[in-house]
Design a binder for this molecule. Sequence first.
Ligand SMILES: Cc1cc2nc3c(=O)[nH]c(=O)nc-3n(C[C@H](O)[C@H](O)[C@H](O)COP(=O)(O)O)c2cc1C
Length: 191
Amino acid sequence: MSVAPIDYLLSRRSSKFVQAPGPTDEQLSLILQAAMSAPDHGRLQPWRFSLIRGEAIERLADLALSATKAAGLPLTPQKEASTRSWLAKVPLLIAVACRMDHANTKIPEHERLLATGAAVTNMLNAIHMLGYAAFWSTGLGTYVDEVNEALGFDGLDYRFMGYVAVGTPTDAPLPLARPDYRQFVTEWTGG
Ligand SMILES: Cc1cc2nc3c(=O)[nH]c(=O)nc-3n(C[C@H](O)[C@H](O)[C@H](O)COP(=O)(O)O)c2cc1C
């Protein structure tokens, strides 16, 4: 039985714990191409992605954990161990950054960040539609300059926005009751 596209949007769930297999190269192309359909004021195309796979994931763990400690941020041995064991299984991380393009003063900064967030949402939905799962995380030294720079996203020109872990969920995600949209919607009638 085929699933209606709208049902994919209604059923998406994040899964932090993912393992191989991750998307094939062809599927990854579709996922990244889906990001290009995000709304984007001024067509600035501010989104930037860096793929981190295989042994590079362990190298990122080394970098992020040591830079976090060097920056004086709290990191317990338990947190370090759980981060390493999480990442040991993740087949693909997509690092996300927003290019700030300071020469353009017309489009406010927050709109560029929103466009990049929308691009990530498109990827999360594409990942789900292709039968994989993902988790957007702003751990792993997201807010540590040394990590941003090492990934090629220096703080002058980019805002680093974290990582999307992609793969096959280690456990079937349970359906999550979502709130009733009526709690968040009003109608303005101009009166
Ligand atoms: C920008 C952004 C950053 C996030 N960073 C984290 C994070 O560092 N740790 C975490 O537990 N969840 C984080 N989340 C939340 C998860 O990605 C996920 O959305 C949440 O667990 C709810 O699951 P759901 O997407 O199935 O509703 C982040 C979400 C967003 C949008």
